[in-house]
Design a protein around this ligand. Sequence first.
Ligand code: GAL
Length: 350
Amino acid sequence: MKNIKKNIIVFILISVVFIFIWYIYNNASSKVGYKTDLPKVGAAIYKYDDEFMSYILNSMEDESYGKVALNVNDSQNDQNIQLRQVDEMISNGVRAIAINLVDPKAAQIVINKAKAWDLPVIFFNKEPESSVLNSYNKAWFVGTDSKEAGILQGKMIVDLWNQNKSKWDKNHDGKLSYVLLKGEPGHPDAEARSKYALDEIKKAGIPVEKLDEATAMWDAAKAKDKMDAWISKFNNKIEFVISNNDVMALGAIDSLEKAGYLSGNKFIPVVGIDAIPAAIKKIKEGKMVGTVLNDANSQGKAIIDLVANVAKGKNIFSGTSWRGNSDKSVRIHYVIIIKDNVDEAEQAYK
Ligand code: GAL
């Protein structure tokens, strides 16, 4: 009798401990989005140290809760590191991968790795060549249309220049004398933005004078250095600073402010692309004249919606409002942002 009683107590105690462990595990895991029944998804960002990408990452993490068990890697701007991360994702049993390539040309290697395990791949932000994307029926791209950003930036420059020409055309020669800060050479966004912004200005009949163009690799400190050098080289000749993104525009603004520009009548218009909160602040302060919204929130949401579907073996667009293009892409539209509609950008980066 005594033994039976003892066994019952031991049984109850063990059960209580098990229930307690089960409860803690389930609660903790659902809080961080790693519920065991969610499909594992591996992702990589080309480098965490890129402000715009950090907004995409935040959006992806927010959107992943309850949908996928997302594990994101920082590829530290090194394609070899990223390829090793892809190998690890595969050996960890992910059901799909989402990749922001370091080098857009490495898309084929990633596809070969994924294809060997029949794994779907969503590339985002850095667009692979369409022939490469077409080589695998389980590969897609989520991002934007790089050309559209350039066209809109160009249109915005045309409007602003026409409205302010009497003040901004300092030597009154009718030409728009500019310096251009470029992102990573070979990056589809950097190339298309630079080309189409200028095409648009020329198409509007505004004569341009290119003082210089240089890459600052999407980076504020590098852009500040370039701008410092340009200010001393060209002195008062610069009439416009065109930047492929906001982070570099902010670096240029920093340089201009330190050199005594952007106040009083020493004004030089600066434009960027992305509409990140720091740039919106400068636009509100009147230190930057415009940008183009690159909607990080929507891109993060589209990446997760699509990768969750393919990881579950569903149709990629099932239950979503995203529509694919014939080139296997989902592209989020850009929007011109000037002082009058900054709230649109603030909404998108909430
Ligand atoms: C662009 C963005 C840049 C930079 C780049 C990284 O779309 O405008 O700021 O983040 O992506 O690939």
